[in-house]
Design a protein around this ligand. Structure first.
Ligand code: BTN
Length: 378
């Protein structure tokens, strides 16, 4: 026996997602009981239209179909199923609560779907839903326009490097729920708990000499700080590319080049942000959030800020972000310890120069430091 089922994922006007309507539109493998009526598709209707019609009729809701989603095939010993997904929006003002009452489902943000016990076979639909939701929030022309959402990978930088080598365009985004070998700067690892971190990489293809391209990680750091400040959170940049709240690390950035015999072909900007709880191992120096942030909305906000900073950087290099360099530098005029090689040097931080160097005032005068890091906890 083969069934064709139409499944509708319904968004309320705040963008929250209903889990799927019971019966015809519930993910079959999560329903377990196989109680759906079979999704009757009338003549001339697409499966997605059928799902919308059913919901309209049964729940008397005002809804609009937004888009058709993936078609997923499940094969079971006794029968197989083709599941057509669509996304619908409840019209503003429509009694969305009724839907909630009518089903035993709850409103869920796409970003929180990982918390639910969806079966393996349904995961492509969930990833698609997350990508779709992210797309509705995105206002950029470039960054985030080519998304690859993954459940798990060794690291988003690794995955994006492979895509970059296969010719992926600038703006390509890789996001993963889990990283099995997330990497940090200087050979360290990046740890995060499932669902509690925003882990992603963006591909840029700048056409500048390496010394200018190297300042891109500062641009990304400034954009993270600005994204949080727009939310009223006082995040600052610790040179070269840690984002702190107070003295604790909120976000780390790892930029890596894709090179060929011709030189730098692309730069991968890998960003890890603690958006919920942090792992015990780093809890003494990291900061997260008790109530996890909606990562997809945060990511869309970041892409927007980053794109505008990137455009300024493209025309005027780091000098075009002079104001942000001064405003977000949270160590400026403070005594710091900088690790250049193995020996730390003490001094007073005197800001970040437009070539990306940290200015360190020591008894010998002001020294520009192009690579190293401010030692804080180690
Ligand atoms: C650091 O603070 O040392 C940099 C951490 C960078 C972590 C991010 S998470 C997404 C991307 N993929 C990785 O493997 N690393 C970066």
């Amino acid at each position: 026996m083969h069934l064709t089922v139409s499944a509708a994922l319904i968004l309320n006007d705040a963008g929250a997602v209903l889990c799927v309507k019971r019966g015809a539109s519930k993910f079959p493998s999560t329903a377990g009981k196989w109680e759906f009526p079979g999704g009757k598709i009338e003549a001339g209707e697409t499966p997605a239209q059928a799902a919308v019609r059913e919901i309209r009729e049964e729940l008397e809701l005002e809804i609009d179909a937004l888009t058709d989603g993936p078609v997923i095939h499940h094969t079971y010993p006794e029968f197989s199923i083709t599941l057509h997904c669509s996304v619908c929006a409840v019209r503003p003002g429509s009694p969305a609560l009724k839907l909630h009452e009518h089903t035993d489902s709850a409103w869920v943000l796409p970003d929180r779907l990982w918390e639910h016990d969806f079966a393996e076979a349904d995961r492509p639909a969930l990833l698609w839903l997350k990508e779709h939701f992210f797309g509705t929030k995105l206002r950029t022309e470039l960054f985030g326009r080519y998304p690859h959402f993954l459940e798990s990978c060794t690291g988003t930088n690794d995955r994006l490097l492979a895509l970059a080598e296969a010719g992926a365009p600038a703006g390509t985004l890789v996001l993963s729920e889990v990283q099995t070998q997330g990497r940090g700067r200087l050979g360290r690892s990046w740890l995060s708990l499932p669902g509690q971190g925003l882990l992603f990489s963006l591909l840029t293809r700048p056409s500048f000499p390496p010394e200018i391209s190297a300042t891109l990680s500062l641009v990304a750091g400034l954009a993270v700080a600005e994204t949080f400040r727009r939310r009223g959170i006082d995040a600052g940049l610790k040179w070269p590319n840690d984002i702190l709240i107070g003295d604790r690390k909120l976000c780390g950035i790892l930029c890596e080049a894709q090179t060929s015999a011709k030189g730098i072909e692309g730069i991968i900007i890998g960003i890890g942000i603690n958006t919920g709880a942090v792992p015990d191992e780093v809890a003494y120096r990291a900061v997260g959030f008790t109530e996890p942030l909606d990562r997809l909305t945060l990511l869309a906000e970041f892409c927007d800020v980053f794109e505008s900073f990137y455009r300024r950087w493209e025309t005027g290099a780091l000098a075009a972000l002079r104001d942000e360099l001064d405003r977000f530098d949270c160590k400026k005029d403070q005594p710091i310890l900088v690790k250049l090689s193995d020996t730390p040097t003490e001094g007073i931080a005197r800001g970040i120069r437009e070539d990306g160097a940290l200015l360190l005032e020591t008894p010998d005068g002001i020294q520009p430091i192009l690579c190293g890091e401010i030692v804080q906890w180690d």
